[in-house]
Design a protein around this ligand. Structure first.
Ligand code: AMP
Length: 125
């Protein structure tokens, strides 16, 4: 069920629980501002989710209210994770679903990193 990206942050969403280590994840990266883990239902050979550690519902919330340090931290983490996954030469795609039309399901900002095969057209027509 897609979420409303303007809703208040839900401290018990599944990614908040992953951040608190209450449920397991296949973690690939962690630093002061960001964490990354493999998507549980991968849509490409590499499908990693990168999340900020702070309580942000969506890209809209994060871009409007996060500190410059948190924003730089997330952006640099995404780049490093893609480099470390060996995706730079072959290429990769980033996706951050935001709100109902996007189909965002988890109400904690996450950037999908897809790679490992040609990813096809940007959107279904
Ligand atoms: P979105 O539709 O952009 O909100 O994407 C949510 C993503 O979270 C989907 O690709 C799910 O497969 C993924 N997901 C949901 N629960 C988990 C989990 N426990 N661990 C890893 N990925 C998850």
């Amino acid at each position: 069920m897609p979420i409303d990206a303007t809703q208040p942050y839900d401290e018990n969403n599944i990614f908040a629980r992953i951040l608190r280590d209450e449920i397991p994840s296949r973690k690939v990266y962690e630093d002061e501002h960001a964490m990354a883990f493999h998507d549980i239902n991968p849509l490409a050979p590499t499908h990693i989710l990168v999340i900020p550690k702070g309580p942000y519902v969506s890209w809209d919330d994060f871009s409007a209210t996060a500190s410059d340090g948190e924003i730089a931290g997330l952006v640099r983490a995404v780049g490093k994770i893609a480099r470390d996954a060996g995706l730079v030469e072959s290429g990769y795609r980033l996706l951050a679903n935001t709100g109902p039309n996007s189909g965002q399901e988890v109400p904690h900002l996450h950037v999908h990193v897809f790679g490992g095969r040609p990813l096809g057209p940007m959107l279904a027509r």
